[in-house]
Ligand binder design. Structure first.
Ligand SMILES: O=C(O)CCC(=O)C(=O)O
Length: 332
């Protein structure tokens, strides 16, 4: 029987995480200022000044084969984004989904994004027992570098063209994030980890304007981590909601923006959609099945705060955890 983490091993881990978070928040003062100023429409417009209004897009390094089976037209996506803040209709090829799922099962993920709590997907229960905590999510660091398929998606000319036309500027890739949302049949994750896992309603402020593409890599329904967004909330928000940005209860959002505006997105593995990140959104905690999600984000500036790229040396496995030899061999 695995021994769970003792108080003595837990304290340095908690401290390391807190220092990591503090360094992260203090690492870019310009980003901190932007996060306050761009809460307001006027601030966003001011931050837009000086960025050329062009729809030129950088040449992709890899245009040989599209990763998509279906992509809506640029014009229809841009119209839907302007009006609703969201547009669906993207479909990854099954082979692409398969490659990424394989990667996710053979590469360590990190419990609740903690860099010292790595483990392989198949070993989650063992890792939770050793870490003495239940993980809401298992996050992958360095995904675009380690998974060439994700790298192909982020460079896809269709995504770049949509981002360029919607943002009215040359899109900058801010980051690609991927994580498992673990099914918890009976327990609710604590509010803090729900917030960190994007399971509380929030809007993202990573630049004056930005768009995020979401891809389900497992089948998703209302019980297995569906995504929810508040239609049109990128165009208008109550002043208090502009300021508060996260943790607003669904009932309050429904009262303010209308019951019909709160829309749930479900779909089979491979389904993709794009959102203006100024829309309120969240992932529903999963009850029945683990969900694997990939996001790819573009903006006009990169504050280097959304990248999932970290020093490999800063990552380690859950203390005391020994992965199965079978998994390690998959890595080679
Ligand atoms: O898990 C989800 O569906 C939402 C993710 C999210 O909130 C985000 O990427 O900002």
């Amino acid at each position: 029987m695995a021994q769970s983490q003792s108080f003595v091993t837990k304290v340095p881990l908690v401290l390391a995480h807190k220092i990591d978070r503090l360094q992260y928040f203090l690492s870019n003062p310009l980003w901190l200022v932007m996060r306050q100023v761009c809460k307001f429409k006027l601030g966003r417009m001011l931050y837009r000044i000086g960025i050329p209004k062009t729809t030129d897009i950088p040449t992709s390094r890899n245009t040989s084969a599209s990763v998509f089976e279906a992509v809506p037209t640029v014009t229809s996506v841009v119209e839907a984004l302007k009006q609703d803040g969201m547009c669906g209709g993207f479909q990854l090829a099954p082979s692409v989904v398969e490659e990424i799922v394989q990667f996710a099962k053979s590469t360590p993920c990190y419990g609740d994004r903690r860099k010292q709590l790595g483990f392989y997907y198949d070993d989650r229960e063992k890792a939770e027992q050793l870490a003495n905590r239940a993980f809401a999510i298992g996050h992958f660091w360095n995904v675009p570098v380690m998974c060439s398929t994700v790298d192909r998606i982020r460079q896809d000319p269709a995504l770049l063209a949509i981002a360029a036309h919607y943002l009215q500027g040359t899109p900058v890739h801010q980051g690609s994030q991927m994580w498992w949302t673990f099914a918890k049949p009976n327990t609710e994750a604590p509010l803090k980890s729900k917030g960190d896992a994007g399971q509380e309603f929030h809007y993202d402020l990573d630049d004056s304007y930005s768009v995020k593409f979401f891809f389900f890599l497992t089948d998703v329904d209302a019980n297995s981590g569906a995504h929810v967004y508040v239609q049109g909330s990128h165009r208008w928000k109550q002043l208090r909601h502009q300021w508060k940005r996260e943790g607003i209860p669904e009932a309050e959002l429904m009262r303010t923006y209308g019951d019909d505006a709160v829309i749930t997105v479900e779909g089979k593995a491979g389904l993709g959609f794009v959102e203006d990140t100024a829309c309120f959104h969240r992932g529903i905690p999963s009850r029945s099945r683990d969900r694997l999600l990939l996001t790819v984000q573009y903006a006009l500036r990169d504050y280097k705060m959304q990248s999932s790229i970290v020093q490999p040396a800063s990552l380690s496995l859950v203390p005391g955890y020994r992965p199965e030899a079978r998994l390690l061999s998959l890595q080679r």
